[in-house]
Design a binder for this molecule. Structure first.
Ligand code: HEM
Length: 179
């Protein structure tokens, strides 16, 4: 059964330091392999998100009522969002040594989702977890525990920056449940 967790609910403190050079390189090397298959991987990630957390479909007019994974997989709106997610992640990974660029990518994504798409920010945390899960399954040779830990650290920082953008944009529902 879907369970969307609230901000701060039972989570360990998320204040990791900046990525080390080694962590940054591990993320960039593993991503290069993932991104070679970006269309398939992006669709697999989003189908997993929408099947495991059906409430995350509520924001998508064209497939919010679809349950069948095969039908979800064929949705143009899903495939379009998959490409946008993968290409934003690519921009992020390519810019890991440029803090201003990272901040600008996340600001753009955070603002659009807070103001235009009205997506509860907790879904970003859920999506990050789903990405780690799918990459761990599909790229098990690449996603060693050490590489996975570097990605986990990156996603914790991404989520912190996204919630900071939401707060700056006046989002007031950070502590309410979405489930
Ligand atoms: C890493 C996380 C994500 C990235 C990089 C991302 C990226 C994007 C981008 C680049 C756009 C188009 C930008 C725009 O409208 O200005 C977009 C649109 C959208 N995103 Fe995301 N997104 C992410 C996560 C999510 C999540 C978790 C949800 C909801 C569960 C979501 C829902 C939407 C919706 C509803 C749209 C509009 C789609 C449409 O008009 O067809 N996104 N996303």
């Amino acid at each position: 059964m879907e369970r969307v967790r609230c901000e701060g609910e039972g989570d360990p403190p998320e204040r990791p330091g900046p990525l080390s050079d080694k962590e940054r390189l591990m993320i960039q090397d593993s991503w290069a392999k993932v991104y070679q298959n970006c269309d398939d991987v992006g669709v697999a990630i989003l189908v997993r998100l929408f099947v495991s957390f059906p409430s995350s479909k509520q924001f998508f007019s064209q497939f919010k009522h679809i349950e069948e994974p095969e039908e979800l997989r064929r949705s143009d709106q899903l495939r379009k969002h998959a490409r946008m997610v993968m290409s934003a992640l690519n921009a992020l990974v390519e810019s890991l040594d440029d803090a201003d660029k990272v901040a600008s990518v996340l600001r753009r994504v955070g603002k659009a989702h807070a103001l235009r798409h009205k997506v509860e920010p907790g879904y970003f945390k859920i999506l990050c977890g789903v990405i780690l899960e799918v990459l761990g399954e599909e790229f098990s040779g690449v996603m060693t525990p050490e590489v996975g830990a570097a990605w986990t650290k990156l996603f914790a920082a991404v989520y912190r920056m996204i919630t900071a953008v939401y707060e700056e944009e006046g989002w007031t529902k950070l502590s309410t449940s979405t489930g």
